[in-house]
Design a binder for this molecule. Structure first.
Ligand SMILES: [Zn+2]
Length: 110
């Protein structure tokens, strides 16, 4: 018979490494002043969107993180950055906090 307490304790050791990578990338993006709006609402929106676009990658042991990172098919840092960028464009196009939406046309000169 499996002790539920043991299962709960073990599940804490299973970690979604992609979640941490997205967290770091979103934090870096906002901290660099790249976000259209840096309020907490938009930052969380950006994080949620980016996480939804990122497949989870669970590992049972954090020491294996580097091994997983190099495996074929694993997301590269560029993939993660691109996901954050795409999410940032969506948030900036429709900020929920009431901030005026970013005008992309002006940036492209048309
Ligand atoms: Zn905002």
């Amino acid at each position: 018979m499996i002790e539920m307490a043991n299962v709960a304790e073990s599940s804490l050791k299973v970690k979604n490494v992609n979640e941490e990578r997205v967290l770091t990338a979103v934090g870096g993006y906002v901290d660099s002043g790249l976000a259209h709006c840096a309020c907490s609402e938009c930052a969380l929106d950006l994080l949620a969107l980016a996480l939804n676009q990122t497949p989870p990658r669970y590992v049972a042991n954090e020491v294996l993180m580097d091994v997983y990172g190099e495996r074929q098919g694993a997301l590269t840092d560029t993939d993660i950055k691109q996901t954050v960028l795409n999410a940032a464009i969506r948030v900036a196009s429709n900020p929920r906090c009431g901030m005026q939406a970013k005008s992309w046309r002006r940036n492209f000169g048309s």
